[in-house]
Design a protein around this ligand. Structure first.
Ligand code: DON
Length: 313
């Protein structure tokens, strides 16, 4: 009988296997170039990390190379803002899927400057406004928060990407000024945008991202430091919004086929939370038409399926 039985694969072995399959897929997708500095990245990078709550981290491929986390940073900003603002935050940003592209302007006009959720650009700009208004040095507060979550003091913003975002940020500026006209931005718009672009330009590896967000899989308690980052009600809320809005206009499909709270960024990162187990982060720069990483989607989908990780099963 032995030999005919399939030995369950060790997680690291499984990751390697999935990574190789992802790299063997037919070429698809395109690196984001609407922020020119992002187009400089090697499109073939592919990595995946799984940080388990017991402290084990499994990796394959380029999981230790820092990349531009872009919209994944919206989770860090939101966590800080929820702690600072309490329920008042939900007067200024809603918790509904948008059904629009992440940088769409139309809906914001119809809905009087109140963004649909904190994971579209307009919502994250409102969140940035609350941070700028509440902290004397909001960028420092954010980077210290991220470094301590990831236990990596070397995490920093990429100056070139930050500058490139500023230079090519007309659409984000339009969103911010439109919200200002509806009195939904309190601070100086340029200062708010500067904070927003800064957090988008943070560089982190898959390992950093997976480790830093472990509290979302652990009811708010960061397993490595035993520090309470937020209460279980907040992790419930963040995970719920990640499930409905984290993958933008592909969130429904992602819930349907994977079933995990997740967030993507146009740098090609994709992070998925597995409650009571850990956090997965995959990275590969080529994006599909929704702005989600093609290989990242494939790898997380395969891993979730093979390990039976869906929260809906
Ligand atoms: O503001 C922007 O457009 C980018 N800095 C971030 C967008 C992003 O990552 C959307 N994610 N899929």
């Amino acid at each position: 009988m032995e030999g005919t039985l399939q030995r369950p694969k060790h997680t690291a072995e499984l990751l390697q296997d999935i990574l190789e399959r992802a790299k063997a897929l037919p070429e698809q997708g395109k690196v984001a170039d609407y922020i020119p500095a992002l187009a400089e990245v090697n499109p073939d990078y592919t990595g995946i990390a799984v940080a388990e709550l017991d402290g084990n981290v499994h990796i394959a491929g380029d999981a230790q190379i820092p990349f531009s986390i872009q919209s994944i940073s919206k989770i860090f900003g939101l966590t800080l803002a929820m702690e600072r603002m309490g329920d008042a935050l939900w007067q200024r940003v809603r918790m509904e899927p948008s059904g629009q592209a992440f940088n769409s302007i139309m809906q914001l006009e119809w809905e009087q400057g109140i963004p649909r959720n904190p994971f579209i650009n307009a919502g994250a700009i409102v969140v940035a406004d609350t941070l700028v208004s509440h902290y004397s040095a909001s960028r420092t507060a954010l980077i210290q928060f991220v470094r301590s979550l990831a236990n990596n003091p070397l995490i920093h913003a990429d100056e070139t990407v930050w500058q490139s975002e500023r230079e090519h940020g007309s659409r984000n500026a339009a969103l911010a000024y439109l919200m200002k006209s509806f009195n939904n931005i309190e601070a100086d718009v340029e200062t708010v945008l500067d904070h927003y672009f800064y957090q988008c330009s943070l560089n982190m590896s898959c390992v950093d991202v997976a480790r830093s967000l472990a509290f979302l899989a652990n009811r708010g308690l960061q397993p490595s430091s035993r520090e309470i980052i937020c209460d279980p009600r907040s992790t419930h809320r963040i995970n719920a919004m990640l499930s409905t809005s984290g993958m933008y206009d592909q969130s429904g499909e992602f819930a349907f086929s994977v079933g995990l709270p997740a967030k993507s960024g146009v740098g090609g990162g994709l992070v998925a939370v597995v409650p009571d187990y850990g956090v997965i982060c995959a990275w590969s720069p080529k994006l599909n038409r929704f702005g989600n990483s093609c290989r990242g989607m494939y790898m997380v989908t395969q891993l979730a399926e093979e390990l039976g990780l869906s929260v809906y099963s």
